[in-house]
Each structure stands twice: as structure tokens, then as C-alpha cells.
Design a protein around this ligand. Sequence first.
Ligand code: SAM
Length: 278
Amino acid sequence: MAKRNLKYYLKTKLSDKQLQLVPSSFDVVGDILIFSEFPKQLTKKEKIIGQTILKNYHHIKTVLKKTKKYSGEFRTPKLKIIAGEKKKETVCKENDVFVKLDVEKVYFSPRMSSERKRIAELVKPNESVLVMFSGSGAYPLVIAKNSKCKEVYGIEINPIAHKYALENVKKNKSENKIRLFLGDVRKIIPKLNKKFDRILMPLPKGGEDFLVLALKHIKNNGIVHFYDFLHEDEFYKAEEKVKEACNKSNKKYKIIEIAKCGQYSPRFYRICADFSVD
Ligand code: SAM
């Protein structure tokens, strides 16, 4: 962010005890700053904290705090404006693409930008890629811009996320590579009548329910990226889920890597199991 951290600017405005409670981590999506964990004890001070951010970090126009965690089928949060412009829509730039979205109506995590880059770097020339659960289009856009893939298909059930994704594809001039579909992957994928070289499954909560579906539509020697939330002592559970689905589908698999792609609490990670199938 800037040379001086937020606590420095709040020194004269809060007591030492309050200062200690100020969260040192937050997300920045475009010109919106979001506190994921904002302590109840600072509720009366939230306005002054928000205004201090706006005064000292000029690229931030709105400050929000999460009041309800990601939930429901669309994996969206509830967010309260604590200072600045009354808006929740923004444009975020990452990996040479622009992603426009409403941070409350659409799931998006800026913390996944290096993971999106990692996947794009694995894509080989001329691959057909499927992104199940494509949201506002971040994965398809980053892959289309940063690889020599033939095409990227994206499927998303949240109509607002899908609408933003369509707009983002145009904004990034990626219409020649990306095809987007609105609906449930369980209904859309069978209708595509197509197999893919690579399938991404960025739905870490409950994604295992879709593994058999992914296995039906992966080419021989294709690669699946299966996301999960796991304690560091239980990474083996990702392979167990892959194994169970492969047994059901009568497929052989080989785990290539279990990549850590974000830490959510002490020793608790978002992981991606990359595995090949034949
Ligand atoms: N890939 C996006 C990203 O990284 O920004 C979004 C990931 S978010 C964790 C999971 C997404 O899956 C949500 O946008 C949700 O609406 C969508 N989703 C959940 N169940 C789905 C289903 N059965 N079919 C299609 N999309 C689904």
C-alpha cells in the first residue's frame, strides 16, 4: 500500500488499546478496501478509521467491512460501507486484465491473483480449457491473456457474475478465445458435447461433488485443478477425494502437485490438487 501503515496514521485518533485492535490485513479490489475481520470493539471508531484511509491512500475511494462471510450458492459476502463513495462496484487490474464487478453481488478474491497466474503459465499452446464456476471471468480472462490456449469455456450460475463476465470479456478484447455460459455446470456441461485438455474447479467448498462430472469431460492425459480448503496436516484428504471420484469413474489419476494458494487461518490453507487423468 504506502510507506506508512494504517496504524501510524491512526496514532493520534485512537487509544493504544484501540490501535492494537486495528486489523493489519485487508483486501484491496480496484479502488475499494475491504476489512474481512473488523473487531466489534472498534464499531464506534469505524468512521474515523475509514476517513483516515481515504485521506492517506488516495487510490481508495470506498472502505467496506465484511458483516457476513462468503455464503450461499453464489459464495457472496455481506459488506457495509464505512466511509467514502456509496458504491460496491469497481474495476480491478491483475495479470494484465481488467475485472469489473460488484464486490457484494459477485465472489472475487484478489488474493487468488498469483494462483490464476500459476494456472495460466501451465496452459500449453492450443489447449481447450474449461473453467467450472467462472464468476466474473477472472480465470478465463487471465488464461486467455497469458497463454497460447485455443479457447476457454466458463460456466457460472450467478446471473450477475455472468453479466459482469460478459462485459469483462469485451473490455479485455478476449471474445475470440472465451465462451461463457450462464447456469449450473451439471446442466450446461453435458450439453456442450465436448472434452477438454484442462478443467479448473475453483469451488473449494463442496467442489468434490463435481469431480465425477469433470472426469467425464476431461480428455485422456488431460489435467484437472481441484480446489479445497484443508488443514496442513490433512492435505492427503484432497487426494482421497480425487481417488474416490476416479474409482467411481473408472479412471486412473496421477497427482502432479498439491499447491498451497492462500492461508486462511493458522495452518489452514486453500490448496489446489493438480492431477492428470487417463
Ligand atoms: N472463479 C471465480 C473467481 O475465482 O473469482 C469464482 C469462484 S467462487 C469461489 C465459486 C463460484 O461458483 C461462484 O461464483 C458461484 O456462483 C459459482 N457456482 C456455484 N455452484 C455452481 C454451479 N453448480 N454451477 C455453476 N456455477 C456455480
